[in-house]
Design a protein around this ligand. Structure first.
Ligand code: SF4
Length: 367
């Protein structure tokens, strides 16, 4: 089948759509009309846009299209967590997860890349390597698809991929999420999680407002280098300096995700170092006990260690939350549903994989 080469309007901000329509000789206000059809009513057919003239609809048909994502598979957890697998136009797959909260509210965790180049050793997605960046349209379409299932109150960019490794498209997607004619989210409802790409963190702060989460997972460069290769380029001191400079909303804190792994990063000294590292930063620590898997060299921390670690942070005036692990009866962490639905690797390959550390937990995340 021939590929549809028409321009995908889902990749456009309001300004870009205005410019595109101006190029067709159309009035400026038409852009707002089309945007509202696409995002307020989730319409992807020009014919349904009843306040546009027939002529304009026909011209748009010729030159443009409106992409959408439809889940190829979903998995529902007993706790209400729902995982979506989307197949993209080039056959690649990505995942999003709807996480229910109290009062019928929901958070949606979305992906920003197919695979990921960061190679964190505890993460399943990292084991695929980077395949490609998602377009702005592919990022926002995950939200549109989940909205068809019910309200989405908060959005976290914490799924597959390192958002700051796809900065331009992510910034554009955030602009579309925030536009009143777009999905109309407040920046306070959207959080971006990074493994710590320092120059891009600074760039992000200049270009767009968004809450920040940092996947920390260690208190020394030695351990962090081992868990997260990005630390070799941007060690802890640089990362913490970038966090201190990040422009935060007055009432917000930076979330630090910390996967607690037995005998790797769960000691009393780690807790002490963590308090020091975060000194002077408006921080919230999410403690995520590692989930053991047969293929992993890592072990879950003991209950006693988890409470000592959390207790130390709390005693030192920090906000430290033990994250309840949601969706454990489905493929909870990023990359797992994709793993299941992709053709199994040949025997040799799976043997090789099983010898490597387990990568089934994402960015300190996820669920
Ligand atoms: Fe990439 Fe995040 Fe996985 Fe690290 S944890 S490899 S940044 S998806």
């Amino acid at each position: 089948m021939d590929q549809d080469t028409r321009i995908d309007l889902k990749n456009f901000t309001l300004e870009e759509l205005t410019e595109f329509l101006a190029g067709m000789g159309k009035e400026r206000f038409r852009a707002g009309q089309v945007m509202r059809w696409m995002y307020h009513r989730l319409v992807d057919d020009f014919d349904a846009m009843s306040d546009l003239s027939k002529v304009l609809r026909a011209e748009l048909h010729q030159r443009a299209r409106i992409s959408r994502l439809t889940p190829e598979a979903t998995e529902d957890s007993r706790d209400g967590t729902r995982k979506y697998l989307f197949r993209l136009e080039d056959g690649e797959t990505i995942e999003s997860v709807r996480i229910p909260m109290d009062d019928n509210r929901a958070t949606l965790c979305i992906s920003t890349q197919v695979g990921c180049a960061m190679g964190c050793v505890f993460c399943h997605t990292g084991s695929f390597g980077l395949v490609r960046n998602l377009t702005p349209g592919e990022i926002v379409n995950q939200v549109c698809a989940a909205l068809a299932d019910g309200p989405v109150n908060n959005i976290v960019l914490m799924g597959m991929g390192e958002p700051l490794h796809n900065l331009d498209n992510v910034v554009k997607a955030l602009q579309i999420l925030y536009m009143p004619q777009g999905l109309d989210y407040s920046p306070r409802k959207v959080t971006l999680s990074t493994a710590g790409l320092v120059p891009q963190m600074q760039e992000l702060g200049k270009r767009v407002r968004v809450n920040l989460a940092v996947s920390l997972n260690a208190t020394t460069d030695e351990v962090r280098n081992r868990l997260m290769p990005v630390n070799q380029r941007y060690p802890l001191q640089q990362l913490m300096a970038a966090c201190r400079q990040y422009p935060l909303h007055a009432k917000k804190r930076i979330t630090f995700e910390y996967i607690l792994i037995r005998d790797v990063n769960d000691s009393d000294q780690d807790a002490r170092r963590l308090v020091k590292l975060l000194h002077g930063i408006k921080a919230k620590v999410n403690i995520i006990p590692f989930n053991e898997h047969s293929a992993s060299e890592f072990r879950a921390p003991t209950e006693e260690r988890i409470s000592r670690f959390q207790g130390y942070l709390l005693d030192h005036g920090m906000v430290a939350i033990r994250r309840a692990s949601k969706g454990q009866d489905i493929s909870a962490a990023c990359g797992q549903l994709k793993g299941k639905l992709t053709v199994s690797p040949p025997a040799q390959e799976s043997e090789r994989n099983s010898a490597r550390p387990d990568r089934s937990q994402g960015k300190g995340k996820h669920l």
